[in-house]
Write a protein that binds this ligand. Structure first.
Ligand code: ATP
Ligand code: MG
Length: 438
């Protein structure tokens, strides 16, 4: 089998081979090429020791990415390529790299340290495919399996638990049974892994095409770092509206919303507020008063704990906090929403509502009519610059002031005027507004 290598990768391998070393591309790029996908980045692995690699590429722009661990980044055509010496890893600590590494001249040892069979394939033009662990068969059969004993491999580095779930979710592969059992058995190891690294894997995972199955099969794993999930699993929702328990409903919504980080995180967290707000009404149906607002607070707490960036925390908790938004019945009602939400907010909330409703019972699923109408009104409002916010009003605080109103009453007056304009009681013209007020 031949893999088409980018010209830069061929150059790097040629330089290393000309100096008498072995060199291969390895890992994700080989896996993706065999699958017919376009690799994101190309990693090169070599028998050359770090000081030899540095010497060989002395005429190139390079970055010392982690020479201690054997990695030099070589820049060609402004693109970075990581060149790493074959190595045997020591214990992994909390960090990105193992605490100690030993360099080796044998590719066999290097492949043995890699996490999954599908990631442990090397390729060079000179040697062809080097596949010592059945990685190609696992790719063809769509299987994630650790290289060697899964318990041992997860104990070395607990992050591999999340990586297994992530690769299964993104590649659409099944996790082989002994690897799957070891994931459940060793999940607590994730407590030793930095939350930033877990968050990166979680984000990629929920954006994967197979996220539904992974979320359904491994809630115990997710509960290790989001304990709020545990109580949502099998949490029954009574009433004809509901088709699933809270967690299964969540999983369906993650699955159906577009694969965008913010949207998927929002759906993952959107209904966790249902557990603490659940009550039964006199008919015996579930009610979840205020669950969106409560969920918004929970989302903020969870994402802060997982050290997501501020922008993501704010956006996701905002969206969770108002995911109970329904397509408005009238254009006036929509304008009242627009006092505090942007048109983009509304468009996003409509996307959220579509997948949220899609995971209720059949009768409640279709909101296409309300959605289409809302989008049409939004477009009109934007095209005609119709007044929906204080900024759009034809008077300012200064004008109100000049009319003799002071202090807190200025703000109140502006809001009264905005409501009056939205409801069509007065035209948005300065003289009309001031007359209306006085
Ligand atoms: P992606 O498409 O996400 O880049 P990848 O397979 O290239 O997938 P990387 O995180 O870039 O994943 O790592 C490159 C390679 O290094 C992997 O394919 C794997 O062989 C090895 N590797 C990465 N992280 C680990 C780990 N925690 N334990 C063992 N091997 C690992
Ligand atoms: Mg990679």
């Amino acid at each position: 089998m031949e893999i088409i290598l980018p010209e830069e990768v061929m150059t790097i391998i040629e330089y290393l081979e000309r100096a008498g070393h072995k060199a291969f591309c390895v890992g994700g790029a080989v896996r993706d090429s065999i699958m017919g996908l376009t690799p994101g980045d190309w990693d090169i692995t070599t028998s050359a020791l770090p000081h030899e690699t540095t010497e060989i590429f002395k005429d190139f722009r390079t970055i010392d990415t982690g020479l201690k661990h054997g990695t030099l980044t070589v820049i060609i055509n402004r693109k970075p390529f990581e060149v790493t010496t074959f190595r045997i890893d020591g214990e992994y600590g909390d960090n990105r790299h193992p605490e100690s590494v030993e360099f080796t001249r044998d590719i066999k040892n290097d492949l043995a340290r890699r996490d999954f069979t599908v990631n442990a394939i090397a390729y060079s033009k000179a040697d062809g495919i080097v596949d010592l662990y059945g990685g190609r068969d696992d790719i063809y059969n769509g299987i994630i399996r650790t290289v060697g004993n899964p318990d041992k491999r997860f104990r070395e580095d607990g992050l591999r638990i999340m990586r297994a779930l992530r690769f299964s979710a993104t590649l659409g592969f099944k996790i082989e049974e002994t690897t799957a059992k070891a994931i459940h058995r060793n999940k607590e190891l994730l407590k030793n892994i930095s939350v930033e690294r877990i968050a990166v894997e979680l984000t990629k995972l929920i954006c994967g095409k197979n996220a539904f199955n992974i979320l359904m099969e491994y809630p115990d794993v997710f509960s290790v770092f989001i304990p709020e999930i545990k109580s949502a699993v099998s949490f029954t929702q009574y009433g004809e509206k509901h088709a699933y328990d809270v967690w299964e409903h969540i999983c369906h919504t993650v699955d159906t919303i577009p694969a965008d980080k913010t949207l998927r995180l929002t759906m993952l967290l959107h209904d966790l507020g249902k557990v603490p707000t659940h009550k039964l009404n006199e008919k015996g149906d579930s009610t979840f008063k205020n669950h969106a607002a409560v969920g918004g607070e929970m989302a903020k707490e969870i994402l802060t704990r997982l050290k997501f960036d501020k922008k993501t925390i704010n956006r996701v908790s905002f969206l969770v906090g108002c995911h109970d938004f329904e397509p408005p019945e009238t254009k006036t009602e929509l304008k009242h929403h627009l006092k505090v939400k942007t048109p983009e907010d509304i468009r996003t909330l409509l996307i959220i509502k579509k997948s949220d409703r899609g995971a209720l019972s059949e009768k409640y699923r279709d909101i296409s009519e309300g959605t289409a109408q809302t989008l049409k009104w939004l477009q009109e409002i934007e095209e005609n610059n119709e007044c929906c916010t204080l900024k759009d009003l034809a008077v300012t605080g200064k004008d109100i002031n000049a009319a003799g109103i002071t202090g807190e009453d200025v703000g109140k007056a502006l809001n009264v005027l905005l409501d009056a304009v939205i409801e069509g009681k007065v035209q948005n013209k300065k003289s009309h507004l001031l007359t209306y007020l006085l």
